[in-house]
Design a binder for this molecule. Structure first.
Ligand SMILES: C[S@@+](CC[C@H](N)C(=O)[O-])C[C@H]1O[C@@H](n2cnc3c(N)ncnc32)[C@H](O)[C@@H]1O
Length: 255
């Protein structure tokens, strides 16, 4: 279990069922606070607000907090399946049906892939991100459009994808990787708050080379790596590469 000692706590401010907060604090082995005082060393907090599990830092305490967003992105068509458009859809190609999002994080890429009609399995090793993402997936499962279309929302497995991919019984067509790369500058003004907080909480993913090699072995047809545009391709020269805004999708074929 990842250690959050001195970094993360659960915060209960009188909203909702206290036992839910206590269980969360126990699962993550972190303290539960009812107020924030100056003596508290933790700088990240998990709390349910408006029925969403939110991640807060001291700056966000009075603002909203960060949640797994289950709404379609700006400009994405609100139909299911959404049209397969844009560089991520191009990277996925035409023959793919099943995708493992092996670095699920906030679930934004995995959910985008799901909304385009692919079957998605998410893997995430950080227990705190798993709590946030599972909360988002639970909310998604209750959305009208999901219920009307009788869709199964993506399944989430908590663990290291390096081990889980090695043990997969059914080979997915595609494995999607978006590990954390060191930032180009210390704190870029352009980086999204959710990603800055994720990096502060979890640090960089130093085993991404091993993850890539395992993914290439485990995928049926292709591996896609999302990289910042300044980073070297993770698996050497890709077979195809699609440019997004400040990022690339590098595609590695299996055959
Ligand atoms: C940059 S974030 C991914 C963001 C995600 N694509 C999104 O759209 O929200 C990277 C995430 O991958 C997870 N991760 C990195 N290496 C992993 C591994 N070997 N197994 C499981 N999760 C991993 C990290 O814990 C982190 O939450």
């Amino acid at each position: 279990m990842q250690k959050y000692t001195g970094k993360l706590a659960v915060l209960y401010q009188g909203e909702g069922d206290l036992s839910r907060f206590q269980e969360l604090a126990e699962r993550l082995a972190v303290p539960l606070y009812k107020t924030i005082s100056n003596e508290i060393s933790e700088c990240f907090f998990l709390s349910w607000r408006d029925d969403c599990l939110k991640l807060l830092d001291k700056e966000l305490l009075k603002k909203g907090g960060l949640v797994v967003d289950i709404e379609p992105r700006n400009g994405e068509q609100r139909s299911w399946p959404a049209p397969k458009q844009g560089p991520l859809a191009q990277a996925l190609g035409r023959k793919i049906k099943t995708v493992v999002d092996a670095t699920a994080g906030w679930g934004q890429d995995g959910l985008h892939i799901f909304r385009m009609g692919y079957e998605v399995l998410c893997i995430e090793r950080s227990p705190v991100m798993v709590e946030l993402l599972q909360d988002g997936l639970n909310r998604l499962a209750l959305q009208d459009w999901i219920l009307k279309l009788n869709l199964q929302v993506p399944r989430l497995i908590n663990g290291n994808a390096i081990e889980i991919l090695r043990a997969l019984e059914v080979q997915p067509d595609c494995i999607y990787l978006d590990p954390m790369f060191p930032p180009k500058l210390k704190k870029t003004a352009l980086a999204k708050k959710s990603m800055v907080v994720l990096r502060d909480l979890l640090g960089d993913d130093h085993d991404k080379d091993e993850l890539f090699n395992v993914a290439l072995n485990a995928a049926g047809r292709r591996v896609i790596v999302k990289s910042p545009d300044y980073a070297e391709p993770l698996g050497g020269r890709p077979n195809e590469s699609y440019q997004g805004k400040l990022l690339r999708y590098d595609v590695y074929f299996k055959d």
